[in-house]
Design a protein around this ligand. Structure first.
Ligand SMILES: [Zn+2]
Length: 249
């Protein structure tokens, strides 16, 4: 249960002489009390939310609210009002919250500034359900293979592919929307199929292959020359190596 609401505390007492009491019609001192209301959470003041001013007649001891004050009492009070400051502790809770937010903000890690992250993001947006046979032969072959192998529930018609290849390395990105439902061993088979289609054993130099298979929202299978992760929340960072070295600090 959350305890919150408003509380009031007396912040000033004034004695105003020479006005006539509205009740007893005597000219005697009025004891004016100023209360400051504040919102609280678990009784920790958050911020001030206004004032309540009352006055007690020294003669008849009747207490009246501000709206009942006589005009002379009001104007006398007005003269002194500027001197009544709301104490700073009324902001304690707000201050604590602000400090907490600042503390959390200052200890949280800075966002990933690695420019390779954006390069991977761009490539992930370029994956296609219908890879071009002419421009992306490997993806077209993979699509044929997975369409043949995958069961209907696995929705192979929605798979997306992108293969990039330069003189030194190969990148294969695949989106399989239902991948998180697939058991680990079958996921391993996906990697094996991709490797089968990307390895050219007749070539003089075997190119390193970077494979990232996501379910469209997060990486699940990530295999690079240095790492292999088969996990519902695999890190995409090993794929950054495809785009080159990390930026200098
Ligand atoms: Zn009175």
């Amino acid at each position: 249960m959350i305890f919150y609401g408003s509380q009031a505390s007396r912040i000033a007492d004034l004695k105003i002489n020479g006005t006539t009491c509205e009740r007893c019609q005597k000219t005697s001192a009025q004891h004016v009390s100023v209360f400051s209301k504040h919102a609280h959470l678990y009784w920790i003041p958050l911020f001030p939310i206004g004032r309540v001013i009352v006055s007690e007649c020294e003669s008849c001891k009747i207490t009246i609210k501000q709206k009942e004050f006589s005009a002379p009492l009001k104007s006398q009070l007005q003269l002194q009002k500027d001197n009544i400051k709301t104490p700073i502790w009324k902001w304690t809770g707000t201050g604590i919250i602000a400090m907490l937010i600042f503390a959390i903000w200052s200890i949280s890690p800075s966002p990933d500034k690695d420019p390779r992250r954006q390069l991977l993001k761009n490539d992930l947006m370029l994956t296609s359900i219908y890879p071009e046979e002419s421009s992306d032969t490997t993806s077209a072959k993979l699509k044929t293979m997975f369409t043949t192998l995958a069961t209907v529930e696995f929705r192979s018609d929605r798979f997306e592919y992108l293969t990039k290849e330069d003189d030194e390395k190969i990148l294969v990105l695949i989106k399989m929307p239902e991948l998180h439902r697939v058991v680990d061993e079958e996921r391993d088979a996906i990697i094996q199929i991709v490797e089968m289609f990307t390895s050219n054993e007749e070539a003089e130099n075997v190119k390193p292959v970077y494979i990232g298979v996501s379910n469209g929202s997060r990486m699940i299978l990530v295999k690079t020359p240095d790492s292999y992760e088969n996990d519902d929340y695999a890190s995409q960072k090993p794929l950054y190596a495809y785009y080159g070295n990390p930026p200098a600090e």
